[in-house]
Design a protein around this ligand. Sequence first.
Ligand SMILES: [Zn+2]
Length: 290
Amino acid sequence: MKEILKKAQQGKYAVGSFNFSTAEILKAIVAAAQELKSPIIVSTSEGEAGFIGMREAAALVEAWREATKLPIILNLDHGKSLEIIKKVVAAGYNAVHFDGSSLPYEKNLAQTNEVVKYIRQVEKTFDREIIVEGELGYLRGASSLHKEKLEIKESDLTSPEQALDFIERTGVDSLAVVIGNAHGVFAAGEEKLHLKRLAEIKEAIGDKAFLVLHGGSGIPAEDVKKAIEMGIAKVNINTELRLAYKAGLDKELAEKPDETTPYKILEHSFEEVKKVVAEKIRMFGSAGKA
Ligand SMILES: [Zn+2]
């Protein structure tokens, strides 16, 4: 599992992390990856896992791995407690993101430490590899379409010194950073990445951890590509898939208001989600890397 990200780090491409909460969204993500022969990470937040079910998500992903032979990592996105992390690990997830970024630095560090300790124990006891991701910096927004303007302060950004200290003291495999990114898509004004800050972070940490970019939705492709060249190995996409899903559904219902067959109602949603995932895979450079 860690090999998938290591290869991306060395090859200067990124593996996309795509969120799902239903079986057809997962199917659309996998279909795009299969067509492009790309490794992928599929993720659920606590809320998304609550809807589809953790064991159910793990079983579906395992079925897709067998059917496609693709490297597919199942990841918990934004776990807020050790409790939820224990649950997803028991259900069979291969990666966990513990988000303590809203806590004061030392508290974030202490709680992330506990999570890493737990994961390493599980890895040893059950001979299973699990990726742990921590998060530093103030990442604004939620995974939706925002009408307001995005304002990011210099003090929200991840500090290079803290990033190194955090990685060394927690032993996380990956680190989510804030470099001008935010959750969701912002309608007014575009999101710009502070690439200079990213270069400073990469310079400070080297290859000690995989760098992760959250809130990949809504960032200009050029910036995302540069960030990947500079060392980002995982990019999270959620909101753009949600918007595509909804747009597909709206179109279908408007075109055929009398349709009652669920798999026919979901046809456009499936295609729209698949299209976005394929576009991102190409942008991230992971096509042909499976
Ligand atoms: Zn996130």
